[in-house]
Design a protein around this ligand. Sequence first.
Ligand SMILES: NC(=O)c1ccc[n+]([C@@H]2O[C@H](COP(=O)([O-])OP(=O)(O)OC[C@H]3O[C@@H](n4cnc5c(N)ncnc54)[C@H](O)[C@@H]3O)[C@@H](O)[C@H]2O)c1
Length: 279
Amino acid sequence: MTAVVRRKALITGAAGGMGRACAYLFGATCDLVLSDVSQDRLDAFAKELRDAGHAVTAHAGDMLDETHLAALAAEINADRPCSVIHTAGLSPSLADWQAIMKVNLVATEMLMEALEPVLAPGSVVVPIASMAGHMFQPDATLDGLLSVPLDDGFVQGIGAALEAMSGGDDGVKRGISYSLSKRGVHLLTYRRAIAWGPRGIRVVSISPGVIHTPMGLAENEKTPGALDTLNAAALGRIGTPMDIAVAARFLCSDEAGYITATDLKVDGGSTEVVLQPKG
Ligand SMILES: NC(=O)c1ccc[n+]([C@@H]2O[C@H](COP(=O)([O-])OP(=O)(O)OC[C@H]3O[C@@H](n4cnc5c(N)ncnc54)[C@H](O)[C@@H]3O)[C@@H](O)[C@H]2O)c1
């Protein structure tokens, strides 16, 4: 009898709120390759999943570490489609502006570079961006800067832009860095989708609104104004990690086979509520 070959699902930030939900959902039909910077939380979660019968390979490491990315790429079978859900990220209350920009944008581009040679036709990549990436009007100069995250001087260039935009205020800088990093993830999604479309690979980002995860709750507690965003959600509730996981599963399915080079807001309507002209 020939064993059924299951698709692999690579999930980064797997020990976090959205990563865990994605692992449980994708684990029902896929072999899981999990990554997180927190060895302890990742090991505990991998055990929990294996105890529940899931097939799991776990790699602890930093998304900014090329060796770690190479280890993840080595888990992907180049002759079989896979799903990649990239949730690893930092928010303004968790880190300074440089770390936010590096982990959210530079590491995402590094992950794409690492995966490029091994993604088979039929593969789908879903980077998790944010509604924050929709908060600024697109600006050609900034977009140009955000489109080259691996260039020498990228962080320095962003630093100069942030200084001007924030008036030097550290808290404001973190917030803008987060928004710009996620705008950068949108742009990266479009670029990669266009480049990889002819190979039969789709790339679609998800922009969550406020989601009930450690990060979402930390932002809500520490960032003035976060509660307004939360209350602004058109559906009147914050999202759950599973709201994001089911959207990612849809995007990775054949039903979404004509969807690529776009961003899907999974935000209960909050982005549009926030952006509506006031008064
Ligand atoms: N929760 C929200 O309200 C919300 C809203 C919009 C967007 N997002 C985005 O969704 C994604 C997932 O967020 P979450 O709410 O699940 O957050 P979370 O903090 O619960 O999980 C993020 C995970 O990423 C891991 N991580 C952080 N830095 C890393 C690094 N350098 N290398 C490897 N792993 C690293 C953390 O250890 C953590 O387990 C993030 O990209 C976040 O920016 C979250």
